[in-house]
Design a protein around this ligand. Structure first.
Ligand SMILES: C[S@@+](CC[C@H](N)C(=O)[O-])C[C@H]1O[C@@H](n2cnc3c(N)ncnc32)[C@H](O)[C@@H]1O
Length: 240
């Protein structure tokens, strides 16, 4: 099957991997800039469960009047497509990321949406003007070295009853040691760190939650599947 130039460029960058030197923001920009144009197309086939997670998030917010949502590590803002016409219901949606190459696409996507703000920042520095009704992390926690700090911050920024929605790759006890190591090395090459600890802390922070674990195929790796999870939690009064 012929492969488009954008897809080929993306594939080459994934094989090259994330560079090891420089700060986190510089590494992300160097990694994503050459594949920004092909990002959405390629990730559509790699980052599964986003549409379903967003549907679950919207269901949780059905009774909330003019909710405020922040996506932490929003990249190109692709999840706006899954929110669709419901975007208009939101008082505000903040898309936070520190990679200018991906944010340029998010800005184009949000250009006609007055209630969507694109914020270039390390999520650890993000401070919204008001408490949040929902936080979305879509395949971003595993790319954040300071993910514990990010989850602590998300909990602090949410209103009581607010929703935490996460979809990401993971490793599970059901995998062989070889499979865990293989996927950690494969994704680690591109700066994606798979760890069961993400889920452990999510469960502690949001004891009231729904959780599903699934497996998906990976483009160009026929026959292999990697685990990913969908997590939707509520901030309880006791966890304020
Ligand atoms: C795999 S992408 C996912 C993007 C988007 N959420 C999606 O579903 O397509 C991970 C994103 O996390 C961002 N990211 C990683 N560390 C970050 C940090 N400390 N602050 C802000 N964004 C960060 C990266 O720049 C990247 O856009």
């Amino acid at each position: 099957m012929p492969i488009s130039a954008a897809r080929f460029g993306t594939l080459m960058q994934l094989l090259r991997g994330q560079r090891r030197h420089g700060d986190h923001a510089g590494r992300l920009q160097a990694f994503y800039a050459p594949q920004a144009d092909g990002y959405d197309d390629f990730r559509e086939r790699l980052l599964h469960g986003r549409q379903e997670l967003v549907a679950g998030l919207l269901a949780n917010l059905a009774q909330t009047n003019r909710p405020i949502l922040a996506e932490l590590g929003a990249g190109t803002g692709k999840n706006l497509d899954y929110i669709g016409r419901e975007v208009a219901r939101f008082k505000r949606i903040d898309l936070v990321d520190l990679c200018p190459a991906l944010l340029a696409i998010a800005r184009r996507r949000a250009a006609s949406l007055a209630n969507v703000k694109v914020i270039e920042a390390d999520v650890r520095r993000y401070r919204p003007a008001a408490a949040l009704d929902a936080v979305l992390c879509s395949y971003s926690l595993s790319m954040m070295p300071e993910w514990r700090e990010v989850l602590d911050l998300a909990l602090a920024l949410l209103k009581p009853g607010g929703t935490m929605a996460v979809v990401d790759f993971t490793v599970t006890a059901g995998q062989s040691r070889f499979a865990r190591r293989f996927w950690q090395a494969w994704f680690g090459h591109d700066g994606v760190r798979l760890s069961p600890e993400h889920l452990a802390l999510l469960r502690r922070h949001f004891p009231e939650h729904r959780y599903q674990e699934r497996r998906c195929a990976v483009p160009y790796l026929p026959g292999l599947t990697v685990p990913y999870y969908l997590f939707i939690g509520r901030k309880t009064a006791g966890n304020a």
